[in-house]
Every structure is written in structure tokens, then in C-alpha cells.
Design a protein around this ligand. Structure first.
Ligand code: SAH
Length: 383
């Protein structure tokens, strides 16, 4: 690599320690002839103290710090923009592709949303630049797909958000207490990087969140969901949106490959494998006016889920350009919820947050340098 400016010198061949799981960090230190315990020290510096400068790591010798500077960096994606909603929700736009890449015309950026609610602070994290699944009602899907995020770019959203709140210092007014992998992208299509980032979220030397407070949301990539159960036990959310295959095929096209029965079986196996029998699968159901919000849909959904430990989260559809769908009416929303409850289910309504800054579910778009030509097709079709 030719180093043309100080900006580029931080990327390139050096290892970015930010995204390394605790195990990968041990391997890294062993590979440079250092002891394992250095990994714990580094984890704490990076993820508990928010330090990205080796010179500040006072319990490392000067020579080790110099050695690290030669081979490694700690680099989170830069915050290009930060928007605050009147309800306290904050949306971040992160530059993906290295410092200065956005200005240089590589227009990839992902969005991350912080949602405060009482003592809780939920960070909604992105896993891909765009998404390849193309669900018919999702803004991210309409943008096409560019690439998977690296581990550093995923955990970097948590790190940078926490740092922007002063969470690494005493007296922070906001704290990330929960993470949901519900931003841009399909987390199970970027399996390794998502799993290693979630490991960091839960590690006691890093963010120390309990597995109940880290949620992976999927549109239903069944083989990857089966594999997930072998490596982690985070909370699971399944984006269902329809009570039968015919309708789901239209809304969530990956259903043609992995139909409902297969998906629900896999989700059930996942939750049965979790050593905590109070846990439930969250079912996400986005309600779209006249499309999937009729009483017969609610009855069919109640029946479909009757033997599975679920809580159903109803999400009013959030409109955006490029699609004609409309938000469910308040009456239909309440009726839908009542039918589920009468059938013995737990059914809650997700309040829309941050819609004044386009930060609500399904509105995340960022900037995707689309490699699929899908975004151009949708733009043409809507003209
Ligand atoms: N690909 C994963 C992660 C994205 S999560 C998944 O599908 O689960 C984003 C959540 O918001 C999903 O439940 C998604 O279906 C929902 N959603 C997408 N577009 C929406 C919209 N326009 N209005 C409301 N919810 C939407």
C-alpha cells in the first residue's frame, strides 16, 4: 500500500483491534509474541475506557505501545452526521469505507439509532451496507446492497455512540443498556462478524451486556439460524409480517426459500436450546393498511403461533418514498392486538420513535453504493 496522506496511514495493512473478539485478540497477541493477558488489558482500554490511542494505555510498557503502533490501529467508523429527534431518539450516520472515503465519492454510510426509554437506552445497530433480501416494505431493501460490515464497523457503532454520550467517563447522561441488531441489513447474512461483535457486547471485559439485552433480528435465514444456536444464546426476534406463505412470499421474498413452517421450527429449536425457560421469541409483525392487518390475518397468526413461546410485537408500518403501502389505521391496529390477546398471546404495540428524523423501523437508508442495480430499478419504477 502506498501511504499518500496521514489519513490513509491508519488503515491498510494494520490490524484494527476494535473488531476483534476476545479470542481473536488473544490470537493476535500470541502472533506478535506477547502474553495472553494483554488481550484483557486491551479489551478494557478499548471497550470500557473508550481509548483508541495506544499512548494512553498506561499499564503497557513503552516498547509494547510502540510495537502496537507499528502493527495495529483502533479505528471506529467516523460519525458523518448526528440528528436528534424531539422525543430524545438520536440517529447517527456512520462513514463506511475508511476516513475520508465518503468525501472521496465512495458513498457508503450506515445508520444507527439510539432510543432512550426510562432507564433503558437501546441502540439499533446495522450489520450490512444495504440489504440483499428486498422485503417489499423496507426502505433499506430498496437501496440494494453493497457489502457486509466488518466486525470493527459493527462494534464501532456501539463504541462511537457510547463515546458520543460520554459513557466511558463518569456521569454520562445516556448509556447503551440494550443492543438490537435491527438496523440496516440482515445480520444472519453476515454471520461471523455479527457473532463476534455480539460476543464483545456481552463480554465482561467489554460492554458486559446480558444475553437478554442483546437481540438479533432476522427475516428468516434458516440454515444460519440453526448455526446461531450452536454458538450463542442471545435473544431472538423473527420478522414474520404474515401468517401464511402466500402473503409472506410477497412481503419477505426469502420466504420462498425458507417457508414459515421451516422458519418457525428453527426458531423453536433455537429457543429450546437456550438454558432459560422463561425466554420467548419476539415475533415482529409490521402492520400495513389492508395488506396484512385484517382480522382474519390476526386469527391465522394466533393459530400459527399457538404452540410456540412468543411475544408478538406489532409495528405500525412507517411510510417512505418509493412504496404505496400505508400505515395501519389505529382501529385496525387495536383490533389486531385484541384478537391476539383474546387467543392467549402476549401482543404489544411498538411505539414509533424518531419518525421526525426518519429513524423509525424500516426508514433507515444511509447511503448505499448499490452493486445490485436494484435501487435504480426502483427509482425508475416510481417515476
Ligand atoms: N433484516 C433483519 C433486521 C432488520 S430489522 C430483519 O428483517 O429482522 C428491521 C425491522 O423493522 C424488521 O422487523 C423489519 O421488518 C421492520 N421494518 C422494515 N421496514 C419497515 C417499515 N417501513 N415500517 C415498519 N417496520 C419496518
Amino acid at each position: 500500500m502506498t501511504v499518500e496522506s496521514g489519513l490513509i496511514a491508519t488503515t491498510g495493512d494494520k490490524t484494527n483491534l476494535l473488531g476483534l473478539s476476545p479470542k481473536a485478540l488473544i490470537d493476535f497477541f500470541e502472533s506478535i509474541g506477547e502474553k495472553k493477558f494483554r488481550a484483557t488489558q486491551l479489551l478494557k482500554w478499548i471497550h470500557q475506557n473508550g481509548v483508541d490511542n495506544f499512548d494512553e494505555m498506561s499499564n503497557l510498557s513503552k516498547s509494547l505501545r510502540e510495537k502496537l503502533k507499528q502493527v495495529a490501529v483502533i479505528e471506529a467508523p467516523a460519525i458523518l452526521q448526528q440528528l436528534d429527534s424531539k422525543d430524545g431518539t438520536r440517529k447517527f450516520l456512520f462513514e463506511i469505507g475508511g476516513r475520508g472515503s465518503f468525501a472521496a465519492g465512495n458513498s457508503n454510510a450506515v445508520e444507527t439509532v439510539f432510543i432512550p426509554e426510562g432507564d433503558r437506552g437501546t441502540l439499533c445497530v446495522s450489520s450490512q451496507v444495504g440489504c440483499s433480501l428486498d422485503c417489499s416494505f423496507c426502505a433499506t431493501g430498496k437501496q440494494g446492497f453493497n457489502r457486509d460490515l466488518t466486525g470493527a464497523e459493527i462494534i464501532g457503532q456501539v463504541w462511537a455512540a457510547a463515546k458520543s454520550f460520554g459513557q466511558f467517563e463518569d456521569g454520562a447522561n445516556r448509556t447503551v443498556t440494550n443492543v438490537v441488531m435491527m438496523g440496516m441489513g440482515e445480520p444472519l447474512m453476515n454471520f461471523d462478524n455479527v457473532v463476534s461483535s455480539m460476543t464483545l457486547m456481552m463480554d465482561d471485559n467489554a460492554y458486559g451486556l446480558s444475553k437478554r439485552r442483546v437481540t438479533l433480528s432476522t427475516a428468516g435465514v434458516v440454515p444460519a439460524l440453526d448455526k446461531l444456536g450452536e454458538v450463542t444464546d442471545v435473544s431472538l426476534a423473527v420478522s414474520l409480517h404474515a401468517p401464511n406463505d402466500e402473503l409472506r412470499n410477497k412481503l419477505v421474498p426469502i420466504n420462498k426459500k425458507y417457508p414459515l413452517a421451516m422458519l418457525l421450527d428453527s426458531a423453536k429449536r433455537y429457543i429450546e436450546g437456550v438454558p432459560d425457560n422463561r425466554r420467548k421469541i419476539t415475533i415482529e409483525y409490521t402492520l400495513i393498511d389492508q395488506v396484512n392487518d385484517r382480522p382474519h390475518h390476526a386469527h391465522e397468526l394466533a393459530e400459527l403461533l399457538k404452540d410456540i413461546p412468543v411475544k408478538i410485537n406489532l409495528i405500525p408500518f412507517n411510510p417512505f418514498d418509493l412504496v404505496d403501502y400505508k400505515r395501519v389505521s389505529n382501529n385496525a391496529l387495536r383490533r389486531f392486538q385484541d384478537i391476539l390477546i383474546a387467543a392467549g398471546h402476549i401482543a404489544t404495540i411498538r411505539t414509533t420513535r424518531g419518525d421526525d428524523i426518519d429513524a423509525a423501523c424500516g426508514q433507515l437508508a444511509g447511503e448505499v453504493n448499490d452493486r445490485t442495480r436494484r435501487s435504480a430499478r426502483y427509482r425508475q419504477a416510481s417515476e
